[in-house]
Design a protein around this ligand. Sequence first.
Ligand SMILES: C[S@@+](CC[C@H](N)C(=O)[O-])C[C@H]1O[C@@H](n2cnc3c(N)ncnc32)[C@H](O)[C@@H]1O
Length: 237
Amino acid sequence: MAAVDIATAHTIDFVRQWAPPGASILEIGGGRGDLAAALSRDGYAVTMIDAAPEAVAAAQAKGIAAHQAVWPQFPSLSVDAVLFTRSLHHIEGLSAALEAARARLNAGGVILVEDFDFPSANEATIRWFVAQARRTAASNTLTAHSFAAVILAARDPFATWTHDHDHEHHSIGAIDEALGAVARIVSREDAAYLYRHLISAGADESPVKAAFGEELSAIERGLIVGVGRRIVAKAHP
Ligand SMILES: C[S@@+](CC[C@H](N)C(=O)[O-])C[C@H]1O[C@@H](n2cnc3c(N)ncnc32)[C@H](O)[C@@H]1O
């Protein structure tokens, strides 16, 4: 059985809180299908779409029912959960995207959003990430041009922090508002997120695991901000 990486396992914990194994899931913007594959192994019935053909091909190679489509253009399908992981801030036409997601829900179904709020990071949080990136770089080669590599090379990490996320279409505030307009928000949570930016393909996962544990603990002690966001919504009764 394929090993599940720490970031995928973290997201699976979130999905499990709201949809039991066996549930049908439409994952939108699923990328290369690692999460979809792990959810399928856990007993979920997953359909994945992504706009990028190479991502879809990679997901199909993992045995996923993956389709190349630009949401909300996708044939009708009703599911127990519609899942967006780090994809919603990229999707043009936020209201239409979320209205279409709500329209696909079975009775009692949920929309699950996992995203982030970079502007919420305070100075302590940014300093924490720089230190983690430095520590990870000492034992792993950071992926070239990754956020961690860019922050480490930056003369002013605080300016770079904001600049690096300027290209995103939607803020978490806009996502929250658009979701609340089409469905009933039942949960909002902050989450550990920055450790994900320390992952580099094929590298030793132990520094990332250590950073994940430290991020959770620092958030719990109020030392840094949890930059991850998880929002859950249900159709209005
Ligand atoms: C940052 S990646 C996230 C991938 C994956 N969910 C993850 O967490 O690693 C965003 C993905 O959303 C996809 N995407 C963006 N807009 C889309 C749309 N309208 N419909 C389907 N996929 C879309 C992109 O092709 C990309 O694979």
